[in-house]
Design a protein around this ligand. Structure first.
Ligand code: AVJ
Length: 306
């Protein structure tokens, strides 16, 4: 069985039912996410781009010159260009992503735009082990982890992931991490429940993907996109709610949904700067610098090994 089949079946056996959010990003999911990033209501992308534009020079000074860059979950590479343009003498850029088509398209485009740069894409799930190709001995490594991707992980997993990425960056390097800040829940609600229905399509695409790739028989119209902010947990939870009592077959196994039963597809944790610094501390990292956008929505943090 594929990882997707195994993880989905395992998640459907759990109560509450859940599935890892990394399975959103097939080719269609990656395109839908790019559309989300263009929505006015989806502030994280706009805020982070603003930070990278406004503070690029200072960020580059914090990271220092002569550095290799690894980007787990690289996506379309919009933010990458801003970082690469700000940094002084980048030898190697390694985008790591599960979305193969997008990964190779982005790598090609970057090679054209930065002829002096070595681009070595790695098609892998960054939550597992992956190799950094052609890394020259002694090069300092900056891990670029923007977009609040770290917010998809529960705090304990997030600390484990940060310490793995810290090991990758080595003693002279560090991690440049984008985190979404705590804010008015009404703004969070709007960001994950856009009027145009793009976020709903992105969420429901998980079921479409299961049908196409695994021969599952989800009746996509009988599930509703439902996202809400849980202030106690400090996270947005994305769910697909079964509109009626129904059964679904995935990889030969039958799963029953009650009317109104949720399938949790994503957590998106929101942090206060101090809270995130504490989490990074548990991973052996020190937050030495943080940059915030003008509206206080989002932060980019530079973490170095303690
Ligand atoms: C890219 C995973 C950080 O959690 O905000 C956007 C994904 N989900 N709208 C996020 C997402 C719904 C996004 N991450």
């Amino acid at each position: 069985m594929s990882d997707f089949a195994t993880d989905l079946a395992h998640g459907l056996r759990r109560r509450p039912k859940r599935v890892p959010s990394k399975y959103f990003y097939d080719a269609r999911g990656a395109l839908l996410f790019e559309q989300i990033c263009r929505l006015a209501a989806y502030y994280p992308t706009h805020a982070e781009l603003e930070i990278l534009r406004r503070h690029g020079a200072e960020i580059a000074r914090a990271i220092g010159p002569d550095v290799d860059v690894v980007e787990p979950g690289s996506g379309a590479g919009l933010k990458t260009r801003l970082l690469l343009s700000a940094l002084e003498r980048v030898g190697l850029y390694v985008p790591v992503d599960v979305s193969r088509e997008q990964l190779h398209a982005t790598a090609e485009a970057l090679r054209r735009e930065y002829p002096a740069l070595a681009v070595q894409p790695v098609c892998a799930d960054f939550t597992g082990d992956f190799e950094v190709p052609e890394r020259h001995a002694g090069a300092r490594m900056a891990v670029f982890f923007p977009g609040s991707t770290i917010g998809n992980f529960e705090p304990v997993e997030a600390a484990v992931l940060l310490s793995r990425l810290a090991r990758l960056s080595g003693p002279g390097g560090g991690l440049l991490v984008g985190i979404d800040l705590k804010k008015d829940p009404a703004l969070l609600h709007r960001a994950y429940n856009d009027e145009s229905g793009v976020t709903a399509a992105f969420n429901l695409n998980l079921l479409v993907r299961a049908n196409v790739e695994l021969g599952a028989d989800f009746a996509v119209g009988r599930f509703r996109h439902y996202a809400f902010y849980d202030p106690g947990e400090g996270r947005v939870e994305m769910t697909l709610v079964s509109l009626e009592r129904q059964e679904v077959v995935v990889a030969g196994e039958r799963f029953a949904f009650e009317a109104g039963e949720p399938l949790t597809t994503e957590y998106s944790y929101k942090y206060e700067l101090g809270q995130f610094a504490e989490l990074a501390g548990a991973a052996g990292l020190v937050a030495t610098k943080a940059w915030v956008d003008g509206r206080g929505m989002f932060a980019v943090v530079w973490l170095v090994p303690r």
